[in-house]
Every structure is written in structure tokens, then in C-alpha cells.
Design a protein around this ligand. Sequence first.
Ligand code: PLP
Ligand code: LYS
Length: 416
Amino acid sequence: MNAFHYHHDQLQVEDLPLADIAREFGTPCFVYSAEALTKAFTAYQNAFSALDPLICYAIKANSNLSILQLFARLGAGFDIVSGGELARVLAAGARADKIVFSGVGKSAAEMKMALEAGIHCFNIESVNELLRLNEVAGKLGLKAPVSLRVNPNVDAMTHPYISTGLKDNKFGIAFDMAFDVYREAAALPNLQVTGIDCHIGSQLTDASPLVEALDRLLALIDRLDEAGITLQHVDIGGGLGIRYSDETPPDLAAYASQIEQRLAGRALKLVMEPGRSLVGNAGVLLTQVEYLKLGESKNFAVVDAAMNDLLRPSLYSAYHGILPVEQHANLSPLLCDVVGPICESSDFLGKNRELAVKEGDLLAVMSAGAYGSTMSSNYNTRTRAAEVLVSGKETRLIRRRETLDELLANEKALLQ
Ligand SMILES: Cc1ncc(COP(=O)(O)O)c(C=O)c1O
Ligand SMILES: N[C@@H](CCCC[NH3+])C(=O)O
């Protein structure tokens, strides 16, 4: 059964009505199912078990410390993109040697932090980054483990803003330049070349571009091997999509078997960086209808969550299902846009939805576990939402709702 399901007319998470959570913790509030998170992670472990991969959860999707801790306990490694994310995973109890560090703009200070922590490897995205890391490692008297993030120029066939593996994207080292950059890396004294990496985009609903990218990497790995540069791991990134409405995400077992076939007989450790597919459908954003506003050409359900809580609809015109927490059989549905209180026309969570709701009702914005709370902001001086983790009937507040005092503190202290 889906972790979020109706029991009679009540939408529940696991064994608990979402209405109970709203009553206890208020709205807007992110609610996550521990069971759904666990199932998503173990599905990866099971599908790829023959390869014994290092599954590095990409924490940009959801970096709540309790969620990181849950994954760490299941054996996850982590993919990070900043010193802040490094601090988070270490605070959650991650093993440093299971951390990979991606991103195009690593500062010297971030490199130092990660070197001192002893991470698994740096995914290097440019020649100048390579030179900087060599210098930073040299000053510390350390050798930095590196893998080059290669841009394979493969079309991920996803939204242009979240496509990362094409020539025009800022990410990775161009495929045709990669061989020479590897030779440069191998000649630098404070680096140890250990692997290769790519990540071509997010919310992929077809796995074939991922497999095509791997084929390109394997050809390069063979060429490097002939030149005396032998890699120990191949990191195939993340990117597997989830169902937001009617998409059919790639089948994990079928994807795993294609990877398995390609890695058979090779002494290469598999590393992966899934984000969305581990957390996306394990969370919802719970919100309350403040007003129903009936207009001439449009109706609106004005709710207490907004684009500052969940930016995806505004940023990518992304679709998220919106379900009433209590179903009313005798209420006629209203065709409306579900909008927040923010002063932007792009502040919507859903458009043209048929909802049988009245003021004061609760709504669940579905599939909000990934890129929800992590992309939230304080726009319009709105405090960040609470986050609650549910297991069976048990709730755990895993992030307190931000207070206005906390929000103002950094400025108040400097008032003249
Ligand atoms: C380098 C890197 N790895 C992994 C991910 C995780 O991707 P996804 O959430 O699509 O699995 C991202 C985000 O797209 C990324 O930029
Ligand atoms: N933030 C995006 C995905 C980008 C992934 C980061 N590389 C989303 O909500 O879909």
C-alpha cells in the first residue's frame, strides 16, 4: 500500500490521519513516511545487490538531519555539493569515506574541510578546479582522491532547467577533453585519480540516456587504461524520475540489469547518486485553505503554503497532485487554482484543479519529499515550515517551525 492513502474519507500517512498531524504541528508542514524512505532505499540496494554499489544519496533533494541519519543507518553514502552539506552529513553520523563531493564551484575552504574529513572522492568539474585541489591538498600534505565528472553530451530528455549532461550545460568536463584532463590529473603530485563520474539530469522517465552515458564512460575508461590510467570506480550519478502524475518512471530492476551487464567482468566499483527517487514520493506538504475566492474567470483556493515552501510549480511549472485530507461526498468540486499568500502571480501550487473543499480544510500537496524543504526560502518574511517524520502511528518533529525571532535575529543584533 502507498504510504499516503485514504482510510474511509481520511488521507493518512502510514497509520496516522494527516489531520492529526496538522492539529499537533500546524500548517504548512512537510510530512514524511519513514517506511516509504526505507523502502525506496532498500529497493536500490536490492536491485543492485549483485554489484554491491556505494549508494550516495544526493542530499540536495532533502537534507533534513533525521532523514540523513535514517539513510546512513541503512548503509548509505552521500553526495554533497557544498561545505554546508558536508557539515550536515557529518552531523548526521555519515562515514566520511562514503562521501562524494560534486559541484562546479568548490572553494578552497570547502576543499580543505573535505580533505580533512577524509571523503571518498572529489568529483572534479574543470581543469582549474583540479589545479586548485592539487594546491590545497599539497598545503595539507595530503593526496586528494579525484574522479572527473565527464559531460557525455547525452540528452536526458527532461526539463531544460534540470538537464545537465549537454555540451551547453555548465556541468562536467567536455567528453572530448576528458582524456587529456585525466593525463594532467595523473601528473599532479597531490592528487590520486580514482574514478569517473557523470550526472546527466534529473527526473528522467527513460533510463536509456543514462545507459548511453555509461557506455560513453566505459569507452573512455578503456582508453585511459591503455594509457596506464586505471580507474577503480564509475559513478553513474542520479536522475531516475518519479511519478508526479502519470509518468512511468524507469523500472529499477531493468535499469540495474543493464548496468550489471555493462560492468560484468570489470574491476570497477559502482557508485550512484540518487536523490529524488529516494525521497520524492515519501513526503507531502500539508496546508490549510484560508480562503475560497470566487472570481469572474477563475476561482482560487488560497492556502497557507506558498512558493517559498515548494518552489517547483513556480520554477519549472512542475505538476504536484493536490488531495483533500478529508473527502466530502456531498460537496461539489470547485475548479480552482491553488495559490499561496505571496505577492507573485507565479505563487501557485497547482492550476485548474477540481477540489471539493471548504475554507479551513486541509490539503496535501503530493510528492513534496524532494526539492521541497531544501529549496524553501523566507520570501515575504515567511518562516520555514515544520517537518514531521511518521513511522506507523508515531510522529517525530524533525524540524521545528522557524520562529520570527530566529528570522530577525541576525539583523536585530545589528540594529543601530
Ligand atoms: C551531481 C548530482 N548528483 C545527483 C543528483 C541527484 O539527482 P536526482 O535527484 O535526479 O536523482 C543531482 C541533481 O540533479 C546532481 O546534480
Ligand atoms: N531542483 C530540481 C532538480 C535539480 C536537481 C539538482 N541537480 C527539481 O526540483 O526538480
